[in-house]
Design a protein. Sequence first.
Length: 234
Amino acid sequence: MTAADSMAQRLAAVQHRIRQACARAGRPEDSVALLPVSKTFDADAVREAHALGLTRFGENKTQEIRQKAAELESLALRWVMIGHLQTNKAKDVARDVAELQSLDRVELADALQARLASAERTLDVLVQVKTSPEPSKFGLAPEDLGDFLAHLAHACPALRVQGLMTMATNTDDEAAVRACFRRLRELRDAHRSDAVPLARLSMGMSGDFELAIAEGSTEVRIGSAIFGARHYDT
């Protein structure tokens, strides 16, 4: 695909690749959800994506969610926080976000619980686990997952744990990337229970989502492959 391709063409291509990856893995083609990641793209881009049938959008910053939500309040959109979250932003998440996929520490969970309880609402969350050795990656240490899930179950009833999330190492080594995704699936299998089935595995982005699907991903987070190249402020 090129920059001249329309968003509709890019989206169709991504959806086709997801179906193909599912087929190669022997999985039903509807077993993997698509979360379009609209971070850094403006409200007009989200509006165009919505016209193509997309209603959930992943963002990295709470202030960007607030800005876009205000501009697009006439649309029925659900905002998903996927970026690293500072504890002092818990109030913004409790107010503006439909789902958090980057829950990674006790102090954040407790802050969210307090805000949500005050607002008398609940929040779907995924626990972000660090399966990559890169220092730049965030996430809970794999060995801490069991204790963390126990804390959520006993102290944070407003947080509804749906599954796990991870980011793979940034490398061209497919075996290393797949190992990150496989580790998350193994952690899910080791820690799920009837009470917390951990049904969802959010893993895989524009550059590696087919590998993630091969390792069991149930949701891929796709930005540039749908919206086009990002242009960051310098």
